[in-house]
Design a protein around this ligand. Structure first.
Ligand SMILES: Cc1cc2nc3c(=O)[nH]c(=O)nc-3n(C[C@H](O)[C@H](O)[C@H](O)COP(=O)(O)OP(=O)(O)OC[C@H]3O[C@@H](n4cnc5c(N)ncnc54)[C@H](O)[C@@H]3O)c2cc1C
Length: 397
């Protein structure tokens, strides 16, 4: 395994670092953006402005082709990008779903009219996108989805419910999976008869109801369709080929693990710095010191796991079983770090946002609640373990 970067990758990294050095400090200094009383809306306004700044330097969608404003980034450049953005503590981007998952699918399956219509708005952050896959009876078992799209004239007419759809209430567009052939379920062929549709989520017949999560924020929603009409021109790919499109988007979801492990390392450093400056004696307890050392070691193992996955991809091999292992490692470690923070930093770290005595404006308490999602989103822990048991260890059923 050779972990050294090629000259092209070093040049890529240095150009990105120079861009961040020139743009990030004054952006961060400018602080909050927008007048909204809702802090989530202010966060999204800030992300929108940051994505626009990134786009001006051609750094918003590095995974897209140059002809569409990207950089045709290689796998190792995607990893470098994720690590550098996490290291610099860059704000998140506004259209993460659009840039990493939906845009690449529009590039792959969309007609040139569809590409012209939708890609510029994803890239310049003028239109927000969501991804509508999960349903009350179709989460881990996504192919069980039942939202109906019946062909009528030049439209589809939609009925059904999607749930846990992130930022749907802020979106103009979404990539939705719907069932265009209801007989496929009766025939026991649930992966067939699914179609990918681009939906204007502000259209009549669509209701978006935000759902409050454990942190008190309402960042995801239930989306119900009651006779909403969607033009057949908004279909992405062939009718009945939606499963293939969905698998493409979920594959892109896995690109970011390297950045996540860098973000976790920075969070651990932040715990240690905060403890040494704000909580007297916090780092003297031998049990706490051992837990910090253990997390540090696990982070190093995660880095090596990511490097092994990357090496396999570069050699044209499937990065198996590193993908489910990295997902498990990420959810386990991010929850462990969030819990460690509360134990190290003490009672004021448990105070919620808005409390005058809350350490770091309530960041630690909020993060503890928020990290619970990591064992559900992007594939639940139990399902990842099943995959490893079945396909890697071959334990049998
Ligand atoms: C923060 C967050 C954001 C999300 N954003 C989106 C989004 O933007 N768009 C979208 O489409 N979806 C989104 N989701 C939904 C997410 O994809 C689903 O929650 C996930 O796929 C799990 O599905 P489920 O919630 O229906 O749980 P279920 O699949 O019903 O699982 C319930 C429990 O049963 C276990 N289980 C299920 N099957 C098995 C099995 N075969 N063996 C053993 N145990 C099993 C699971 O591990 C889990 O513990 C989001 C979820 C979260 C938490």
């Amino acid at each position: 395994m050779d972990f050294s970067l090629s000259p092209e990758d070093i040049a890529f990294r240095d150009e990105l670092r120079a861009f961040l050095d020139a743009n990030l400090p004054d952006f961060l200094e400018a602080g909050e953006i927008g007048e909204s009383s809702d802090s989530n809306e202010r966060t999204m306004a800030r992300r929108q402005a940051w994505q626009r700044r990134l786009n001006e330097g051609r750094w918003a969608a590095i995974n897209w082709p140059r002809s569409w404003g990207g950089r045709d980034a290689t796998v190792s450049q995607n990893v470098i990008y994720a690590e550098e953005m996490a290291r610099a503590r860059s704000p998140g981007i506004y259209n993460a779903n659009g840039i990493w998952q939906i845009g690449p699918m529009i590039l792959r399956y969309g007609t040139s009219e569809q590409q012209q219509r939708w890609l510029p708005g994803i890239l310049d952050a003028s239109e927000h996108w969501c991804q509508g896959f999960t349903e009350p009876e179709a989460g881990s078992d996504l192919a069980n989805l039942r939202t109906l799209a019946i062909s009528e004239g030049s439209d589809y007419v939609l009925s059904g419910t999607k749930i846990w759809i992130s930022t749907a209430h802020l979106a103009r567009w979404g990539l939705f999976l719907v069932r265009t052939d209801p007989t496929s379920l009766e025939r026991g062929a649930k992966h067939e008869g699914i179609t990918a549709l681009i939906v204007d989520v502000t259209a009549p017949g669509i209701t978006i109801t935000p759902i409050r999560d454990l942190t008190g924020n309402a960042l995801f929603s239930e989306v119900t369709f009651a006779g909403a009409r969607v033009s057949q021109e908004y279909r992405l790919g062939e009718e009945g080929a939606g499963w293939k499109v969905a698998m493409g988007t979920l594959g892109h979801e896995r690109v970011g693990t390297a950045g996540l492990s860098m973000a976790m390392r920075i969070e651990l450093e932040r715990i240690v710095t905060t403890a040494s400056t704000a909580v007297s004696g916090a780092l003297e307890d031998p049990a706490i010191r051992e837990r910090i050392a253990d997390v540090w070691t696990q982070l190093e193992l995660t880095r090596l796991l990511n490097a092994r996955a990357l090496t396999k991809i570069q050699r044209g091999l499937p990065n198996w079983p590193e993908v489910p292992l990295a997902k498990l490692q990420w959810s386990y470690l991010s929850q462990t770090i969030a819990e460690l923070a509360l134990d190290v930093l003490g009672p004021t770290s448990l105070l919620a946002k808005g409390s005058p005595d809350a350490l770091d404006k309530g960041h630690w308490a909020e993060n503890y609640a928020w990290q619970r999602f990591t064992s559900i989103g992007a594939g639940t822990t139990e399902v990842q373990k099943n995959i490893i048991a079945d396909r890697a260890i071959k334990l049998g059923r």
